[in-house]
Design a binder for this molecule. Structure first.
Ligand code: NAP
Ligand code: HSE
Length: 434
């Protein structure tokens, strides 16, 4: 219903979850109250806060009602915007759906829910004439959902290449800079509070697959599920991979890549060697970056802090202010645009350059055997370097880089290489950019 002219009553907000990000949102709402009222045309008022433990004191909540009951939150008819900051798939998905179905606009930072259920929830929002906004779900404070949904719409976007997990980027930066092994880098990230006690979602690339699925859906106007994304984590990386990469002129980043190829989408999250002069190679520490390529705009790069209460609140509140201005102006939300149906190519069809680190017996014709196997699978070698030898064990470590080859050819070649008598171990196989 359009607002009454001169209506200066407050717009009611509810917060589902008041942890790290929720506390940041509460602080920013308090500090920025006067500015936000000016931008929106009416004050914002936090009315309801849902948590698991309502006995714990939470600073800055003012008159807001603290509760453990979603029913109480949704029974408050003065709540117009629900901000979901609980995280996890359940019950967050159900609460978002209930809020939308009850006619509330919803703002969420939940990448897992948006990656798995975004299309269905956007349809519920459209059905009930409300908005579902999720800028904070990818890249924390970096504006990326909004540029993909609006500013770059005129383009046929062909590639999204991103560093979208701050924890792993912090660890990889340390491994490259200090020559430390994976376990040392993880312990340091946990000590500083970047990595969770159970780091699986970050280090195995799961968090990044959620974010990439969301980015691909928007960039290519096609449904990409997290399970469609080929995934390799960083836990097999060793200090020597960074030494060898550096000697070759590269560094290693956990890259999330989505591409439009042959009328379909190719999507992967994997540790990747990238040339040290590439802009993404210089994105270090907890920073995130998203590079987008379009037919009209060329290449654009967004870079900034991908996590933390401040950056994430920036994105959450941008969405809140956007929808609040719509409410005040009486604007009716547009339905999300239709998605086209595009195939998502399986990893076997992905083409890449490769880095192979192989420990072999240090004797004649071994290199020729390896080269022979790669050649039989039409994989062309770009360079071979024998980096280290162990005279006592009479072994040597070879690093082979290849030209572009399909994943299926590399998989087949690797199973033959592993079976060769002279091969002690295939230490690592990584994708290479370029
Ligand atoms: P968090 O610190 O773990 O806070 C979660 C909050 O939700 C807590 O207040 C918790 O209540 C509440 N909660 C959880 N499950 C609940 C349930 N079943 N019922 C009621 N309340 C429940 O999480 P966070 O780091 O703030 O992250 C929130 C969201 O933002 C997640 O979707 C996350 O992926 C996203 N995000 C986070 C960051 C970041 O830097 N942390 C960056 C970008 C996006 P109690 O306080 O009572 O335990
Ligand atoms: N765990 C995420 C990261 C933060 O390390 O980037 C929230 O998305």
């Amino acid at each position: 219903m359009p607002p009454e002219p001169g209506d200066n009553s407050s717009l009611g907000l509810a917060l589902l979850g008041s942890g790290n990000v929720g506390a940041g949102v509460v602080a920013a709402l308090n500090e920025g109250a006067a500015r936000y009222a000016l931008q929106v045309g009416r004050p914002l008022a936090l009315r309801q806060v849902l948590v698991r433990d309502a006995t714990r004191a939470r600073p800055g909540l003012g008159d807001a009602h603290l509760t453990i009951s979603i029913d109480e939150v949704l029974a408050d008819r003065d709540v117009q915007i629900v901000i979901e900051l609980m995280g996890g798939e359940h019950p967050a998905r159900e609460y978002i759906e209930r809020a939308l179905a009850s006619g509330r606009h919803v703002v969420t930072a939940n990448k897992e829910v948006m990656a798995k259920h975004g299309a269905a929830l956007l349809a519920v929002a459209a059905q009930h004439g409300v908005r579902l906004l999720y800028e904070a779900s990818v890249g924390g404070g970096i504006p990326v959902i909004s540029p993909l949904s609006r500013d770059l719409l005129a383009n046929e976007l062909t590639a999204v290449t991103a560093i979208i997990n701050g924890t792993t980027n912090y660890m990889l930066t340390g491994m490259a800079r200090d020559g430390t092994d994976y376990a040392v880098a993880l312990a340091e990230a946990q000590r500083l509070g970047y990595a969770e006690p159970d780091p699986t979602a970050d280090v195995e690339g799961i968090d990044a697959t959620y974010k990439l699925a969301i980015l691909c859906g928007l960039a290519f106007h096609a449904a990409v599920a997290p399970d469609d994304v080929a995934r390799q984590g960083i836990s097999r990386l060793a200090a020597r991979d960074f030494r060898y990469a550096e000697a070759l002129g590269y560094t290693i980043k956990l890259l999330a890549i989505g591409r439009l190829v042959d009328g379909g989408v190719v999507a992967s999250v994997q540790p990747t060697l990238i040339a040290r002069d590439e802009p993404l190679a210089k994105v270090d520490g907890v920073l995130n970056a998203v590079q987008i390529e379009g037919d009209l705009v060329g290449r654009v790069l967004f870079i900034g802090r991908g996590a933390g209460p401040g950056p994430t609140s920036s994105a959450v509140l941008a969405d809140v202010l956007d929808v609040a201005r719509d409410i005040v102006a009486g604007r009716t939300p547009l339905a999300a645009p239709e998605q086209r149906v595009l195939p998502v190519h399986p990893p076997a069809l992905h083409r890449s350059r490769y880095y192979l680190r192989v420990t072999v017996q240090d004797r004649p014709r071994v290199l020729a055997r390896l080269a022979g196997v790669l050649g039989e699978h039409e994989i062309s070698i770009a360079s071979v370097i024998q980096f280290e030898t162990d005279d006592d064990a009479r072994t040597a470590e070879l690093v082979i880089t290849t030209h572009h080859a399909p994943g299926s050819a590399m998989e087949a070649a690797l199973s033959e290489i592993r079976a060769l008598d002279a091969v002690v171990e295939v230490g690592n196989v990584l994708a290479m950019g370029g």
